[in-house]
Ligand binder design. Structure first.
Ligand code: SAH
Ligand code: SF4
Length: 430
């Protein structure tokens, strides 16, 4: 979602006549798109803003703007202003579309402008988006979140869930495929609850079906799914639609019922495991990935062992693993029995080790199989290789002299690592 927001920021700037600078030192305008989901990301922003002091000294005409969800937190914009007075303006997710005016105002104002708005505005359609990739594109379908997981700051900084009108989503995707995009990823904090706030009766399964009717579209993905709202009707729709990729990112967060309840996730370990079973039965090729948090308040070693047990039981294709980060203003921040940093560190290391072993073994099992790969471009590190993804979202690298960006190629897997599959194309590529 943040990367998509960056594309919108770049699009708004481009519409004003800006273009990308080669280096920070050459820029007339620097925008920082922040994230406050974990403290680590916030600390990076402070470090970055500190380093900009020198750039501003060397180029006093430089305009610096700070956006994203971090300054949307209580009192945070004022803190950024006092610690980094050379920042020209501060905005949040609800004031993103004021960016052109803010840039203009920054040229006339000496003092830091704070443009933070408490509540979201109506969804803005038809905005300029400068997309980073040219084969795959993101299309948001919902903004905000209503789930209020007790550790998470997203509902506070991005507001309540708002669904985009289906017609607007379909129009955008049609335009994207007409201009050559092959793969679309529908975005939302919880895509499965799409449409609940709309007057017309449409749910996520119905939206998927309508998007799949767009003829030129080749592949469709979506992110993120919430186990609570993943109903049988949706599973059947995914299984029925050949364009929908066989990859489900299904964050479980923890494997222990007491912790899941304290997190307010709305499902039990048993319900999650039953959902995995149903998904695998209906979509045999499906790759399931997840998000996991260790060290949530009150998590004992036994609770943690249940998370490890779930990980070993499900065998996720891969996982994003996080150390619980205390976010001020969330219910979990005030819960008793916060887990000491040392223990959290030990637990995350154990979890990563086990998940990595599973990912390596699962990847190795792909050797000898042939997959359809959508080529996204050349591999940055080794440009003699093309890089693309299987429908199960595994990165595949294979040698080819011809640039096949945007094409579907059958690739036989010959070797694997933790992070990718390597293979050879099944046709002669000159
Ligand atoms: N809406 C999505 C993504 C939310 S943020 C979802 O529900 O899955 C992405 C991930 O960050 C979450 O899945 C969670 O694992 C992690 N996360 C969120 N808040 C966190 C916190 N306070 N500490 C550690 N990890 C957190
Ligand atoms: Fe945060 Fe939970 Fe919403 Fe995801 S579903 S954004 S973790 S509150």
């Amino acid at each position: 979602m943040n990367e998509y927001d960056s594309e919108v920021m770049a699009g708004l700037c481009e519409a004003l006549g800006y273009f990308a600078a080669e280096k920070q030192e050459e820029a007339n305008l620097i925008l920082v798109n922040t994230c406050c989901v974990r403290e680590k990301a916030e600390n990076k922003v402070y470090g970055l803003l500190g380093r900009f002091r020198k750039l501003k000294q060397a180029n006093p005409g430089l305009i610096i703007g700070v956006g994203g969800c971090m300054p949307q937190q209580k009192n945070l914009a004022r803190e950024i202003k006092s610690r980094f007075p050379y920042v020209n303006f501060i905005f949040g997710p609800h004031t993103l579309f004021q960016l052109p005016q803010l840039i203009r105002r920054a040229y006339e104002n000496k003092e830091t402008i704070i443009a933070i708005q408490e509540n979201p505005v109506e969804i803005t359609e038809d905005k300029p988006v400068k997309r980073v990739h040219n084969v795959c594109a993101w299309t948001p379908i919902t903004f905000g979140c209503n789930n209020f997981c007790t550790y998470c700051i997203v509902p506070y900084v991005r507001g309540r869930e708002r669904s985009r009108q289906p017609e607007a989503i379909l129009r955008e995707i049609k335009q994207l495929v007409a201009s050559g995009y092959k793969e679309i990823t529908l975005l939302g904090q919880n895509v499965n609850s799409y449409g609940k706030d709309l007057p017309d009766k449409i749910d996520f399964a119905a939206l998927l079906s309508r998007v799949c009717q767009i003829e030129e579209l080749i592949r469709l993905r979506f992110l993120t799914s919430h186990p609570r709202d993943f109903h049988q009707r949706l599973i059947e729709e995914i299984a029925r639609q050949p364009k929908v990729c066989e990859h489900i990112h299904l964050p479980v967060q923890a494997g222990n019922n007491k912790i899941l309840k304290k997190m307010n996730r709305g499902y039990t370990r048993e319900e999650y495991l039953a959902l995995i079973k149903n998904l695998r039965q209906a979509i045999p090729q499906v790759a399931i990935t997840t998000d996991l948090i260790v060290g949530f308040p009150g998590e004992t070693n036994e609770d943690f062992l249940q998370t490890l047990d779930l990980v070993e039981n499900v065998r996720f294709a891969s996982a994003f693993t996080f150390v619980y980060s205390n976010r001020s203003g969330t219910p979990a921040a005030k819960m008793p029995d916060q887990v000491p940093a040392e223990i959290k560190k030990e637990r995350i290391q154990t979890l990563i080790k086990i998940q990595n072993e599973i990912t390596v073994a699962e990847n190795q099992a792909e050797i000898g199989k042939t997959y359809q790969v959508l080529v996204e471009g050349r591999n940055e590190k080794n440009p003699s290789l093309l890089a693309g993804r299987t429908k199960t979202n595994k990165l595949v690298l294979f040698p080819a002299r011809k640039d096949l960006t945007g094409e579907l190629i059958q690739v036989k897997i010959t070797a694997t690592t933790l992070t990718h599959l390597a293979g050879v194309a099944q046709v002669t590529l000159v």
